[in-house]
Design a protein around this ligand. Structure first.
Ligand code: UDP
Length: 416
């Protein structure tokens, strides 16, 4: 990690050299060279909780480290607003929604208020997910605007999509996680899978002592193998299915299940889901809601098996995080997870509670299999899901915009 002053340090592109090689670092540096002092703003709906905030906290620093002046704004919203945007989120995943004029009015009004507070005259603006989507309506653009949607858009609620797509069409580009999510749009669509910061507290190598300390602190027993799922408390993550699968597996093996979750500001359903799980707790089913990234790391590192048994998942950062630690992951065979895990090669993909239970048993009984899958999983993340790959994709996008906008400016001045 690079020292900025005697006191502070921050991850820089060069820190990735031992992981991705000097050629990659130099190539990225050369791409950033052409974009020095470009002013970029990312806008999303929360600074904390969930994959987008996790991603932006590292990506925005790394972008600054290569000379791109990158800022991050989160929109402010009342509980009403976030209750509506969570319904929008769910409906983009395919759930029903009662899209009343009142809901649309609250959504658009709060976004409008945010547009007054946020002065976005940047060279490039990147708006994340549906919460701030309509904000584009209120600006005179000074450069290209991109909508980056992290949600599985393969089967959105049609009425909702018809309402949102005119906003989407105002953008210069749309970024989705995988091609399966492509929509019929005039706006060009690109596909960037998310990525992790291997140097963060959540992902760096912890010593055995550090791991023990975190687990002891929360009184998590380590006498039996740990089966873990770490996710926001959200029905799409299927925490009930995880508990059910664990109960079936426990008829054949002995283990401890830990469900760790947090609650994001922009997800008001979390407390209800958390409360509904409480009745399932016992001395071998531990359900925790804690804000502790070192605990996330310790659990993902120490677990024999990590589950991410989602029913819908745009891309699971938690999957990449656990794979990076060499822990085999059992993932729901949905959305982006199908591109993160190759079934039977570097993890397991499952489509039912029973399959999840079988995979838990298989892994707990076979240490060699765990090691082999985990080893390939770590390599997969090293090759595909580190932040340098994502940074490079953004640089390519910015460079292509720069070329397109320069050409357009030249043409405009010629035609005057
Ligand atoms: N996370 C966390 N603590 C928790 C639960 C989740 O720090 O108790 C983090 C998790 O490690 C990951 C992010 O929240 O970095 C979740 O991202 P993911 O893409 O898996 O799911 P999302 O919440 O965006 O749907």
């Amino acid at each position: 990690m690079s020292k900025i002053t005697d006191q502070y340090e921050v991850v820089e592109l060069q820190d990735y050299e031992p992981l991705v090689g000097s050629e990659t670092v130099e190539r990225i540096q050369a791409k950033a060279e052409k974009l020095q002092d470009l002013h970029v703003a990312h806008v999303n709906s929360t600074y904390y909780g969930g994959g987008v905030a996790e991603l932006l906290s590292s990506l925005t620093l790394l972008m600054n480290s290569v000379g791109i002046k990158t800022g991050w704004r989160a929109i402010q919203g009342s509980p009403d607003f976030f209750s509506i945007t969570k319904k929008i989120h769910n409906a983009l995943h395919g759930a029903d929604i009662n899209l009343s004029p009142r809901k649309k009015q609250i959504y658009e009004q709060i976004v409008f208020e945010n547009s007054i507070r946020n002065h976005l005259d940047h060279d490039m603006v990147i708006i994340h997910d549906p919460q701030p989507l309509s904000i584009i309506h209120h600006y005179k653009k000074h450069g290209p605007w991109t909508w980056r949607c992290h949600i599985d858009l393969s089967e959105p609620n049609r009425e909702l999509w018809n309402y949102l797509s005119p906003f989407v069409e105002r953008y210069d580009a749309v970024i989705l996680s995988i091609e399966d999510y492509k929509r019929k749009l005039e706006t060009p669509q690109l596909f960037f899978m998310p990525a992790i910061n291997p140097f963060s507290i959540k992902n760096k190598q912890l010593s055995d002592k550090e791991m023990e300390e975190r687990l002891n602190y929360y009184e998590i027993p380590t006498d039996l193998p740990l089966v873990v799922q770490i996710s926001r408390f959200d029905r799409w993550k299927d925490p009930e299915g995880v508990i059910e699968a664990f109960k079936i597996a426990r008829k054949q093996i002995d283990a401890t299940l830990v469900l760790l979750g947090n609650i994001a500001v922009d997800d008001p359903e979390g407390p209800r889901v958390y409360d509904s799980l409480m009745a399932s707790r016992d001395d071998r089913i531990i359900i925790l809601s804690k804000e502790d990234t070192a605990l996330v790391n310790a659990l993902q590192s120490r677990a024999t098996v990590v589950l991410q048994k989602s029913i819908r998942e745009g891309f699971g950062l938690t999957v990449a995080e656990a794979m990076w630690k060499g822990t085999p992951v059992i993932g729901g065979s949905v959305g982006g997870i199908r591109y993160q895990i190759e079934d039977g090669v570097d993890g397991f993909l499952v489509s039912s509670v029973e399959e999840a239970a079988d995979s838990i048993v298989k892994l707990i009984k076979d240490e060699t299999l765990c090691r082999e899958l985990g080893c390939r999983a770590r390599q997969k993340v090293k090759d595909n899901f580190l932040l340098t790959r994502l940074l490079e994709q953004y640089l390519d996008l910015f460079n292509s915009f720069e070329t397109a906008y320069c050409l357009k400016d030249n043409n405009d001045s010629r035609s005057v």
